[in-house]
Ligand binder design. Sequence first.
Ligand code: GLY
Length: 358
Amino acid sequence: MKTLTVRLPGRDYEILIAPGLLCRAGELCRRALPCAGRIGIVTDSNVAPLYAVRLTEQLEQSGFQAGVVTVPAGERSKSLSMLEYVCDRLLSLGLTRTDAVAALGGGVVGDLAGFAAAALLRGIDLVQIPTTLLAQVDSSVGGKVAVNLKAGKNLAGTFWQPRLVLTDPDLLCTLDDRTFADGMAEVIKYGCISRRALFEALEQAPSRAAVADHIQDILYACCDSKRRLVECDEYDTGARMALNFGHTLGHAYELAGRYESCTHGQAVAAGMCLAARLGEALGVTPEGLSSRIACLVRAFGLPDAISCSMSDYAAAIGLDKKGTGDSITLILLSALGAAVPTKLEKRALLRLLEGMTT
Ligand code: GLY
């Protein structure tokens, strides 16, 4: 088993990574939550039939009373009304302040269940059991939890660190290729911003099968990168922003498609390629790096470009009626494996984007 400890003042927690961990969830949760009597498992309609019974049995064998709350699979469940539903159901399971919530699912479930844990009874313990690649390398670690509002994604949320993250790569075998590729966009991102060797290893063998052969090391490398950034900048005001590489421009593609025509991973992949081209145009990023990133994302079935209007780019960089401030900090690459926050004037950035994308 590979173990990482996220060190935060008074709230250290472990990320455990090993195949078969779901079948040890009871003993591992008991170790992290010695006083909890009940655990409310929050999951979705895709994951529940696969893993909810196994997790319930595991937890009960370790003396927890476990109950399951299932929400419909999909981004629409990240809503205030679903948050209310989940909180009501957790209360009806009899959860008290000394009990815990287990988020069993991908990013939507992790964010929704995490926010419910943060809000319920002014905060109860949380265990993250991520079941998608994206959640295993990114959203289950670091404590960002949220739901979407009509005005946009993740606009109501907080930071609520888990007590434990149980990452079982065996759970990835049920993912379809598109969902797996979505997670690969984030894996490639870690290569770009801090793990040159990971990026180069992916270039050598760019296939799902090759990734599966080294999955434990890949999960460890990504979670370790995130751990470092979260430890030095828990509340995302400085170093942690490196994780936004490809996300700001990717947001334009998500806006253009109203969050429906492309997935988050597809948007991030195309956003990373454009950010690298932008870095090259500005003389920050070495020539040729954008082609390498484009080649790698394509090899994993992700797009290296998505078309969208200048008004979507403007909205994504905050240059619309809702935007504040004249400048934006964009994450660019100064080398493969090195991210640099770069302050740019928004109007100049938009002109550059217009020149590059038309
Ligand atoms: N997913 C980006 C972050 O946790 O900061």
